[in-house]
Ligand binder design. Structure first.
Ligand code: WTA
Length: 651
C-alpha cells in the first residue's frame, strides 16, 4: 500500500512530441479508432491486424474459437513464421530488402557480423535441411542452449520453417535445469555452442550439455557451433559440428504450410511449484500479436536500427529480438555479452557506432547505469535514438526520469511495456504518438486487449484501490497451455476467476484508467527481470545434505529489484558459518543457475509456522527487508522464532 501511495503522488506526465506525432505509424486518430474497434469487436480488430501484418498461404475460416480456457485463433488459416520473417522480404515490392541488414550482431570481444535478409534466409534454409537430415519432423522438439550469436536466431527460424517446436533454454541455466527441460519437452536434438563470451572470458556451454544429456536416451543428436574455440569433449556418434553439417546442406527449403494453431515453441518459466512450466505458443495468433505490437508501439520504420538487449533465452528475445522485428522487415541488433565489458559505456558505444534508433531494455539495467554514473552515456553521441522501451519489472519513477533525460535526451518517448512469457506479446503499453506517459505507469492496454484490476471477489477494484491484474477476453498471443500439464494450466491461470486470465501480478488503476503494476503477488520473485520461484530455490537448498529445511523470500534491492533471501535450518550437528553459506549459494547456482544464487543466507534453528504447519512467508519477508513485523501473528506456532531470527539478523 505504501508503494501505491507513493506512486499516486507521481504528477509528472509527458505528451508525445509534435515531431513524433507527425511521422508515427499509428497516430492518435488511428489509435482512437483501433481502441474503439478493439473494445467493441476485438475479433474484428485482430482479424484486420492479421490481414495487414501477416502473410497467409490459406486464409482462416474463423477468427476465434473460444472454449475457455482453450482458444484457437485464425482457425483453418495456414502460414509459416520463417516465411513471414524472411521470404516475404525478398519478393515483390520489398525485394530490395534482400541486401538490407536483418541482423547486426556484435560479439563481446568486439567482432561483428551482419546478416542481410537474403543471407539469413539462406542460412535458415540450410539449417532447416540440417535438421531434416538429422531426422527432425514436424512437431518434434528441439532444445537450443546457446550464447547470443546469430546461429541462435538461425536455429529458431529453421525450426519454424519445418514446423519443429523449439525450446530455448537460457545459457545461464545449469546442466540440471537444462536436463529437466530437455526431458520434459522430449527433445531429440540439442543445439549448443562450445561457449560464448561473458565478462571478457569464454563461458563454456558444451560441458553443461554433456552433463545434461548423459544417460538421457531421448537425445540423439547434439549440434555444436564453434564460437570460442575452446576444447570440448566429443561423443562422435552423437555430436556434430554446426559448420560441418552446414557445409553440405542445400540452401533450398520450402517453408512448411502450417496450421495457424501449430505449436511454434515451448519456453519454460518459473511458477509457484518447484517444477518450471513449459509455456506453449502457437503460430498464427502469436505472430499477429508480436508483429502488430512491434510495428505500433516501437513505431518501426524501414530505416530503423532496433536494439532489444534481452537474451533470446527469454520471451522478450523471442518476440522482440526475432519474430516481431524481422516480420516487419526491420534490422535487429544482437549483442552477445554483458553491458559493462570492457568498460561501463559498452551499451552507449554500441548505440553510437550502429546508430541505434530504438532501444528496449530492462529497469535493472537502467538502475545499474544510474549507479555507474552519467559520464558513461555522456561520452557518446546518442542522437540517433528516437524511442526507448522498458520491460520485465516495474520501473521506478526515478529510473524512468534518468532514462528520459540522460539516454533519451528528453526527446524520446518511453514505452513501459507490461507482459509475460504467457501473454506472448505486449499487453499494456503506451502508444508513442498517442499516449501521454507517466513515469512508473505502463499506461493502457493495447487495443483489442481487455485488461482490468479485480478484487478478491472478482469485481473491478475501485480506483485507486489495488487488486489482481486480469485479462478478461482471449487474445491472439496467449499461451495455449503448459506442455504436458493441462490441469496445471487451468489451475494456475483460470481457476481464480471464471473464464478470466489471472496474471499473478498486483496492480491498480488511477483516475485516468492508467495501470500501475505492483509486481508479483504469488511465490514468484522477479530478480533483474527474471522469474524465479521461491519453491525452486527451496528445493535446491533442501537437496543439499546439510540442510533440514528452508524458506526463501524476496527483499527489495536497489539494482536487481528483488534479491533472494534464504532462511535455512541446518541438520543437527552441522555448523552454520560463512563457509556453509558460501557452499549453499553455490549449490543453488549449480542446481538452477547463477541468477538464482541467494544474496543472503540466514541460518535459523526453526522457521516461523502457523499451527497447520505453513511457513509464514509474510513475516519472513518483513524480516528480510528489515521491516517491523506487523499484522496478525496469532496463528504463529512459536513466537520466539521471530525474536531469534531478528537476533540473527542483528548479529
Ligand atoms: C513483470 C517478461 C511491471 C511482471 C516480458 C510479470 C513487469 C513478469 C513489466 C513477467 C512492466 C514485466 N512493469 N512489471 N512493464 N513487464 N513485468 O514472463 O511481474 O519473464 O508478471 O516476461 O514480469 O515476466 P516474464
Amino acid at each position: 500500500m505504501a508503494d501505491i501511495e507513493s506512486l499516486l503522488k507521481e504528477k509528472r506526465s509527458f505528451k508525445p512530441s509534435a515531431e513524433f506525432v507527425k511521422n508515427a505509424n499509428w497516430n492518435k486518430r488511428t489509435v482512437d479508432e483501433y481502441r474503439k474497434l478493439g473494445a467493441k469487436n476485438p475479433e474484428r480488430f485482430w482479424a484486420k491486424m492479421a490481414k495487414e501484418n501477416v502473410s497467409w498461404f490459406t486464409p482462416w475460416k474463423k477468427v476465434l474459437q473460444w472454449k475457455p480456457p482453450a482458444a484457437k485463433w485464425f482457425v483453418g488459416g495456414k502460414l509459416n513464421v520463417s516465411y513471414n520473417c524472411l521470404d516475404r522480404h525478398l519478393v515483390g515490392e520489398n525485394a530490395w530488402r534482400r541486401n538490407k541488414a536483418a541482423i547486426i550482431w556484435e560479439g563481446e570481444p568486439g567482432d561483428t557480423r551482419v546478416l542481410t535478409f537474403g543471407e539469413l534466409h539462406r542460412e535458415v534454409c540450410k539449417f532447416a535441411n540440417v535438421l531434416k537430415g538429422l531426422g527432425v519432423k514436424k512437431g518434434n522438439r528441439i532444445a537450443l542452449y546457446m550464447p547470443m550469436i546469430p546461429e541462435l536466431a538461425i536455429a529458431t527460424l529453421a525450426c519454424t520453417r519445418i514446423g519443429a517446436i523449439h525450446s530455448v533454454v537460457f545459457g545461464g541455466f545449469s546442466a540440471e535445469a537444462l536436463r529437466d527441460r530437455i526431458e520434459d519437452a522430449g527433445a531429440h536434438v540439442v543445439v549448443t555452442a562450445d561457449g560464448g563470451y561473458r565478462k571478457g572470458v569464454p563461458h563454456a556451454l558444451k560441458p553443461a550439455v554433456d552433463e545434461a544429456v548423459a544417460g538421457l536416451d531421448v537425445v540423439e543428436h547434439v549440434v555444436v557451433v564453434k564460437r570460442t574455440g575452446e576444447e570440448v569433449a566429443w561423443e562422435s556418434a552423437r555430436d556434430h559440428w554446426w559448420h560441418d553439417l552446414m557445409q553440405e546442406a542445400s540452401a533450398k527449403c520450402a517453408p512448411a504450410k502450417l496450421d495457424s494453431e501449430h505449436p511454434l515453441f515451448i519456453l519454460y518459466t518459473s511458477g509457484t511449484t518447484g517444477k518450471p512450466k513449459g509455456i506453449l505458443h502457437t503460430t498464427g495468433g502469436y505472430l499477429t500479436h508480436v508483429t502488430t505490437t512491434a510495428k505500433a508501439l516501437f513505431d518501426l520504420n524501414e530505416t530503423d536500427t532496433y536494439w532489444c538487449t534481452a537474451d533470446i533465452g527469454w520471451i522478450t528475445g523471442h518476440s522482440y529480438v526475432i519474430y516481431g522485428i524481422l516480420a516487419n522487415g526491420v534490422t535487429s541488433l544482437m549483442y552477445e555479452g554483458v553491458p559493462t565489458h570492457p568498460a561501463p559505456d559498452r551499451f552507449w558505444d554500441i548505440i553510437e557506432r550502429h546508430r541505434v534508433s530504438i532501444f528496449y531494455t530492462a529497469p535493472t539495467a537502467i538502475r545499474t547505469f544510474v549507479r555507474l554514473g552519467d559520464e558513461h552515456p555522456q561520452k557518446h553521441d546518442l542522437s540517433s535514438l528516437r524511442l526507448l522501451g522498458s520491460v520485465g519489472e516495474p520501473i521506478n519513477p526515478e529510473a524512468w526520469m534518468w532514462y528520459h533525460r540522460i539516454i533519451g535526451g528528453r526527446r524520446c518517448p518511453i514505452v513501459d511495456t507490461w507482459w509475460q512469457t504467457e501473454t506472448g506479446g505486449i499487453m499494456i503499453t503506451p502508444l508513442p504518438a498517442a499516449t501521454e506517459t507517466k513515469p512508473g505507469s505502463a499506461t493502457l492496454p493495447f487495443p483489442g486487449i481487455d485488461a482490468d484490476v479485480y478484487t478478491e471477489e472478482g469485481v473491478p477494484a475501485n480506483p485507486p484501490d489495488g487488486g489482481f491484474l486480469v485479462i478478461k477476453k482471449p487474445w491472439p498471443g496467449m499461451l495455449r497451455g503448459i506442455w504436458g500439464d493441462p490441469e496445471r494450466f487451468k489451475e494456475t491461470y483460470w481457476s481464480k476467476y471464471e473464464n478470466t486470465y489471472f496474471a499473478g501480478d498486483g496492480a491498480h488503476r488511477d483516475s485516468k484508467g492508467y495501470f500501475w503494476i505492483m509486481g508479483r503477488i504469488d511465490d514468484v520473485m522477479n530478480i533483474s527481470g527474471h522469474r524465479i520461484g521461491t519453491m525452486e530455490v527451496e528445493s535446491a537448498l533442501v537437496s543439499n545434505v546439510k540442510v533440514a529445511e528452508s524458506a526463501v523470500v524476496g527483499r527489495p534491492d536497489e539494482i536487481t529489484g528483488t534479491a533472494i533471501v534464504a532462511f535455512v535450518t541446518p541438520k543437527g550437528g552441522v555448523t552454520s558459518n560463512d563457509d556453509l553459506a558460501r557452499e549453499l549459494r553455490e549449490h543453488v547456482a549449480k542446481h538452477i543457475g547463477a541468477i538464482a544464487r541467494p544474496a543472503d543466507i540466514r541460518f535459523t534453528d526453526a522457521l516461523p509456522k502457523t499451527r497447520s504447519g505453513k511457513i509464514m512467508r509474510r513475516l519472513l519477508r518483513d524480516i528480510a527487508s528489515g521491516k517491523e513485523t506487523v499484522g496478525d501473528t496469532s496463528t504463529l506456532e512459536d513466537y520466539s522464532v521471530i525474536a531469534r531470527l531478528r537476533e540473527a539478523d542483528e548479529g
